[in-house]
Design a protein around this ligand. Structure first.
Ligand SMILES: [Zn+2]
Ligand SMILES: [Zn+2]
Length: 381
């Protein structure tokens, strides 16, 4: 796309002062160019600014003299916070008992409180911490894996389908960061949804066959719908254009004409979208997710700039998982009906308990029952 000149097309600039919840539609790539035309390269460079130049700028902007700046710097320096002997490495967990610094007093309080707790963190919090530790401000080892300076970062919320009544009242979602050079197909692949893992059928005679029937491998069609365009996934020969039904339907009912494109050939920078507007992702025929792009900005040197970690998951809603009726420990993987061994009908089992209870050592089915694979909504937790 051509870089916009200084006579800007108003449609290329998102109107953040808009009183409604979303901006007007704008072209993502042109928006990036508008910014790059207006900024100095140093504004979006990953290079650390020279310290003296930074100090001089800072002093000038704050209207303070060089002496005041030097004094401020020494008072606010990390060295003035030292509370351990010079020759010992700092221990960040050790808070001096008689500190007067308010932040340390608070920290001590927090430490004392968490020491009284029985459990520290659950596995979700540990996972979230780990995710953050691995990605925040992450630099790649090789320059070729570096997100280029001046690249766009889009924040995208993908909501869970409102197919469960509970989800009509809360809006659980996952939040992903993608760059302007990612294709819509890459967003599709990053979206975890249980309906992709669903296995349809009764497998009590052949439980080992169940993984061969995962929906994702059989029904590959999907589309995104942005601003009147259906972006279909056509990467595989078995993909169908599932937007056609809607387009034909709309034609007979005086809707404005809709068009089609391929999601694997469309980059985010090519899109024309509204920030904050609910769009649609549809897969497995009728599993419909709202997709909202909540922010578009230039990449910053403090961002994760390792390309390989994108699409970057930064938030994931947690769902309570359904546990096995026998061990109450593992997540349910099978449910059975007409089952003489089960305490209820239907009954949920983890894989281990299911097999121990329903098959002999040779794997022969015991008794009469029907077994269906079950995919828990919290399977991606
Ligand atoms: Zn889905
Ligand atoms: Zn179990």
């Amino acid at each position: 796309m051509a870089a916009s000149s200084s006579s800007t097309e108003p449609s290329n600039i998102p109107d953040y002062e808009y009183v409604d919840v979303n901006t007007k539609a704008f072209h993502v790539g042109s928006f990036r160019n508008e910014w790059l035309n207006r900024l100095k390269p140093s504004d979006f460079s990953f290079q650390q600014q020279d310290e003296d130049a930074f100090d001089a700028n800072f002093a000038q902007e704050m209207g303070v003299s060089a002496e005041t700046m030097a004094e401020l710097k020494s008072l606010c320096s990390l060295d003035s916070l030292r509370c351990h002997p010079d020759d010992e490495p700092p221990d960040p967990d050790l808070v001096p008992p008689d500190s007067t610094l308010k932040t340390l007093v608070q920290r001590k309080k927090k430490q004392d409180y968490s020491a009284t707790l029985k459990f520290f963190k659950n596995r979700h919090e540990l996972y979230a911490d780990e995710l953050e530790r691995l990605t925040v401000g992450k630099k790649p080892e090789s320059m070729t894996d570096m997100v280029p300076e001046g690249e766009l970062i889009l924040t995208i919320n993908v909501y869970y389908p409102a197919s469960y009544e509970r989800f009509c009242y809360v809006r659980p979602h996952m939040t992903l960061l993608l760059t302007g050079s990612h294709s819509l197909a890459e967003l599709r692949d990053a979206i975890c949804c249980v309906s992709d893992l669903q296995v349809c059928g009764e497998f009590s005679n052949t439980p080992d066959m169940a993984p061969d029937f995962i929906s994702k491998d059989h029904f590959k069609s999907a589309f995104f719908f942005f601003e009147g365009v259906f972006y279909n996934d056509m990467r595989f020969p078995e993909c169908q254009d599932i937007s056609m039904t809607t387009i034909e339907w709309a034609k007979t009912r005086n809707f404005p004409p809709y068009s089609q494109a391929k999601m694997e050939e469309t980059l985010f920078a090519d899109l024309k979208i509204k920030v904050g507007f609910p769009y649609l992702y549809c897969h497995q025929g009728d599993c419909e997710h709202l997709v909202i792009i909540t922010d578009i900005r230039l990449v910053h040197k403090g961002d994760c700039i390792d390309k390989r970690l994108y699409p970057l998951l930064i938030h994931k809603h947690r769902i309570v998982t359904q546990k096995c009726a026998v061990c109450h420990v593992f997540i349910g993987r099978w449910f059975t009906t007409n089952d003489e061994f089960a305490p209820s009908d239907p009954c949920l089992f983890c894989d281990k308990c299911f097999r121990m209870l329903h098959y002999d050592a040779e794997g022969n089915k015991l008794g009469d029952f029907l077994a269906y694979p079950y995919v828990d909504r919290g399977a991606f937790n």
